[in-house]
Design a protein around this ligand. Structure first.
Ligand SMILES: Nc1ncnc2c1ncn2[C@@H]1O[C@H](COP(=O)(O)OP(=O)(O)OP(=O)(O)O)[C@@H](O)[C@H]1O
Ligand SMILES: [Mg+2]
Length: 395
């Protein structure tokens, strides 16, 4: 193929495989054990809180760090021992460094010139049009805003048509509106050019809107991976249930069931869930439901075998968000339960201090894999401190 003549310049994306990757820094294990396959041409997001090992993972793929254990394959070829510039990979870093003395155009054309690719200026203009900055092609980086510089960094990476593009929080410096717009454009770019994108972010909305597949990372491990809808509708751990959107979690005791359904009891009422939606089926387990699945009732709802009911509780907070109203309901034995109600009627459905019952379809309940937690109300620990306890693992 003629393409091969361009060395690392690839026309299509490549599979990325991380096999048994571990990364230890002196006194700290940043990545425990990572197995990950990202199919060619996919838009893959690695989502996790600060310090969970996202940048470290990208640096390993880019060749800027060596794994302590494991190997990295690109398009089936082991690249673990390859120097960074030998890998068909481009990275847009969290802190993008443009060459200050070069014009924007030259910054973008630089990589093409270095590899003696034809028509660097034309291709650079094209890439700048993609990020809507062609009109500032003659300026120097210092004459652009932070957000504009970030878009230049994107253009500079995309212009190389790498087999794999690594994006480390590439939209972090942009304001919300531009961020949304760039999310959309990045996705368009990815679909147009068919490259493999590995996008790292701690913004769950960004990960869900852009990626085909999201891997939720926690303390150097992948907790759960799947399509955004799948992860959202069926989280498997407390961490995923709380990091990706919000969840109401209840500690309950399994009390029989059928082939299809698990019945449980708790101080706040009986909660049932589909067996296939539960990671555990005996003992004390943690179950959950998303706040928008809940309905508020001013009186105890009539029995319905398809529905879970808890209550009564009392509304302790009402926040009008616009598209929805968010209620906090204090339910004895269950703690604070969040309810998001769409504003389809004029005026609030319930008010502060009201006594209410809560119901939701059994079908919307999920059962988590975690060992049960003692308290009724469960909050996940996203702090970096918790991660630091890992330090003990690295000899
Ligand atoms: N060179 C290093 N030496 C020691 N520890 C390091 C080194 N580089 C990273 N770490 C630690 O490894 C952990 C993972 O870091 P990493 O930069 O991958 O996090 P991240 O997920 O990208 O976080 P953020 O969202 O804040 O960018 C952190 O606790 C960090 O302090
Ligand atoms: Mg980082």
């Amino acid at each position: 193929m003629a393409k091969a003549a361009h060395g690392s310049f690839a026309e299509a994306g490549a599979d990325l495989e991380l096999v048994g990757i571990q990364k230890r820094f002196p006194g700290f294990t940043a990545i425990e054990h990572l197995d990950l396959t990202i199919p060619a041409g996919s838009f893959f997001a690695l989502l996790g809180p600060s310090g969970c090992g996202k940048t470290t993972t990208l640096r390993l793929v880019a060749g800027l760090e060596d794994p302590t254990e494991g190997k990295i394959l690109l398009g089936g070829t082991d690249v673990t021992a390859l120097k960074p510039h030998k890998r068909p990979v481009n990275t847009v870093f969290q802190s993008y460094a443009l060459f200050p003395h070069m014009t924007i155009l030259e910054n973008v054309a630089f990589g093409l010139r270095r590899r003696a690719i034809g028509d660097p200026v034309g291709k650079a203009h094209e890439a700048l049009q993609l990020v809507e900055l062609d009109h500032v092609a003659d300026r120097k980086p210092a004459q652009l805003s932070g957000g504009q510089q970030q878009r230049v960094a994107l253009a500079r990476a995309v212009v190389n048509r790498p087999a794999l593009l690594l994006l480390d929080e590439p939209l972090g410096a942009l304001d919300l509106k531009l961020r949304r717009q760039m999310q959309f454009e990045l996705k368009q770019i990815q679909q147009e050019v068919g490259l493999t994108f590995l996008h790292v972010t701690h913004d769950q909305e960004e990960a869900m809107t852009m990626a085909d597949t999201v891997a939720v990372m926690n303390k150097g491990r992948i907790e759960q991976m799947g399509a955004p809808e799948e992860l959202y509708e069926l989280p498997k751990t407390v961490f995923v249930a709380n990091f990706l959107g919000q969840s109401n979690l209840f500690t309950v005791d399994v009390d029989g069931g059928t082939d299809q359904v698990i019945h449980t009891v708790s101080p706040s009422g009986k909660i049932s869930l589909p067996r296939r939606r539960s990671e555990r089926d005996s003992g004390t387990i943690t179950v959950g439901v998303r706040p928008e699945k809940l309905r508020l009732h001013q009186s105890a709802p009539a029995f319905d075998a398809a529905v879970n009911v808890i209550g009564p509780g009392r509304i302790t907070d009402v926040s009008f968000i616009g598209v929805s109203t968010q209620y906090a309901v204090e339910v004895p034995g269950a703690g604070t339960v969040q309810v998001f109600a769409q504003n389809v009627e004029a005026g609030p459905a319930a008010k502060l201090g009201d006594e209410v019952w809560l119901s939701w379809f059994i079908e919307h309940t999920f059962g988590l894999a975690d060992d049960h937690l003692e308290t009724g109300a469960i909050t996940a620990d996203f702090s970096t401190q918790a991660i630091a306890t890992q330090a003990g693992l690295a000899e």
